[in-house]
Design a protein around this ligand. Structure first.
Ligand SMILES: [Zn+2]
Length: 328
């Protein structure tokens, strides 16, 4: 574990310099090979966005994302078994994305760009959905994942989105799942995305939602903090205000469940007193790829999360649909 990693002071991603209040002081609990430093989460009093202040410097990215980082754990899709949990969840995701795109697009997309595309799974879903003529592009910082996405037939750059060079003006559909909360400047991130959109383009962005009951339940142990890797966290209001400042407008927000945050939250909570038990039952690095117990716990947390979402109409993540502002 590194000590005293390089950090930089931050302002609210939406408002700039504004007065803040401390939400929690947290530390890494998921990985034992990153940093033992403490981090302070602060909430902007004006817009409600929550961020790390100070946050790790970009130069520490390789410290924060070790080689066993869970999102890099690319188990091949369960080949052939259409009833495997992965296959079932992919079909569900495909249906959801398809209905959202059809609702907000005037025509079927001919070009799709996935920001932080991983191994290209979502791009492959889009190719299946929208037919052989759709062109699929993406950028991905992890080299193994981007190689896999390329092998699957997608046009991929292996780099941070901020550094990606774009070879065409606009894309019909932009996707980004759980990336904006990891980047140094969410405003630059959205501005760059906006520059890739035409008047009919649709951008579907998934990110945690801090305005949800599970966050209140877990407090400083909420799984969505994912400290020190989540630098900026939003709610529907703050993400809409940020979009406004980048030439985009939010046209819809879907509240969604996220059972993984329960596993990470339980790990944080239990590990304060019983670290070995936490590792055994709520291993945050094997949330998706663990055995029977992790599957069962995910199902249980999914049910709980769904019940809370139905009652409160708020989920631990939100799917934000963005278009160009009508003034553009
Ligand atoms: Zn603010």
């Amino acid at each position: 574990m590194k000590k005293d990693i390089e950090k930089v002071g931050t302002e609210c991603a939406v408002c700039g310099p504004e007065s803040d209040e401390v939400v929690a002081v947290v530390r890494e609990h998921e990985y034992s090979n990153t940093t033992e430093d403490l981090f302070t989460l602060v909430r902007c009093r004006r817009c409600g966005a929550i961020r790390l202040n100070p946050r790790p410097a970009v130069s520490e990215i390789s410290t924060l994302y070790p080689s066993d980082y869970f999102a890099y754990d690319l188990n091949p899709a369960a080949g052939g078994n259409k009833w495997s949990p992965k296959a079932i969840s992919l079909r569900r995701e495909s249906r959801r994305l398809s209905s959202l795109v059809r609702r907000h697009s005037v025509r079927a997309p001919q070009s799709v760009y996935d920001i932080g595309c991983g191994d290209g799974t979502t791009l492959s879903l889009m190719a299946e959905l929208f037919g052989p003529n759709v062109r699929t592009f993406g950028c991905e910082v992890n080299a193994d994942a981007s190689a896999r996405a390329r092998n699957a037939g997608h046009d991929i750059q292996n780099s941070l989105f901020e550094e990606c060079e774009l070879d065409r003006n606009t894309y019909d559909l932009l996707l980004s799942s759980h990336v904006i909360e990891h980047v140094a400047s969410p405003r630059e991130f959205l501005s760059k995305a906006a520059s890739m959109m035409g008047p009919e383009s649709v951008f579907i962005l998934d990110t945690p939602n801090v305005a949800n009951p599970v966050r209140r339940l877990f407090g400083r142990h909420w799984g969505g903090w994912h400290t020190p890797r989540h630098w900026n966290l939003f709610d529907p209001r703050s993400i809409s205000e940020l979009a406004d400042k980048t030439g985009l407008q939010v046209v819809a927000i879907q509240q969604m469940t996220i059972n993984m945050f329960w596993v990470w939250g339980m790990h944080s909570l239990v590990a304060t007193k019983y670290p070995r038990t936490a590792e055994k039952f709520f291993n945050p690095r094997k949330t998706i790829t663990g055995g029977t117990w992790s599957l069962l716990s995910l199902v249980l947390f999914q049910v709980l999360d769904r019940v809370l979402l139905v009652i409160t109409r708020r989920g631990g993540q939100m799917r934000v649909v963005l278009k160009q502002s009508s003034g553009n």
